[in-house]
Design a protein around this ligand. Sequence first.
Ligand code: IYR
Length: 222
Amino acid sequence: MAETVALSLARKPDAEMLDEAQRFFELMQARRTVRDFSSDPVDPEIIRLAVRAAATAPSGANQQPWSFVAISDPETKRAIRLAAEAEERAFYDGKAGEEWLGALAHLGTDADKPFLETAPWLIVIFGQRWGTDDEGRKVKHYYVPESVSIAIGLLIASLHSAGLATLTHTPSPMGFLNQICGRPDNEKPFVLLVVGHPAEGARVPAISRKDEDEVLFWKTAP
Ligand code: IYR
């Protein structure tokens, strides 16, 4: 039998639950992906707490198959920018293909990624494709993309709730991040999260979210 401990989760009155759900929805509804960052510094303690929140995510077999690299060093940010822009230039110059570029057109993105240097923090989230046991033997990891993606969601929610802007940036391929971040080969970069305050007067694309009835389907008793 698995060893257990008592669950600590206080039951809330129904009205309070509804209130909390409403408040959280409104908080998340206000989140926007930002591409225009201020260089104003952000307290590393906020980054630390957000990563700790992310690392509470549920994971396959509780293997917690993630590593987070938090970068504020200007030289490292510059190296990441140069490598990312090289990939992005190849992407926008043809690798992406017309269909993909067409799908992106309304976002107004291009190969220039100044925010990789301007923003005070970059957080690279790595997923560990496998682990190692005490004897150095390979340990299979389960549901790595699912687990890491949930952790990234929590990370973004935490940073947003602290009042910061984020951008999920995924230059492709991202292998250069292992070398720059000094992470081993069993780790795969999932997302390069850009974090900071938005630039003064920052603007975002005029896009909207799908309506509730396009994303939520009920199956309740008649
Ligand atoms: N990685 C490129 C292209 C890009 C792709 C998707 I899918 C996006 O939602 C946004 C951008 C870039 O960052 O410009």
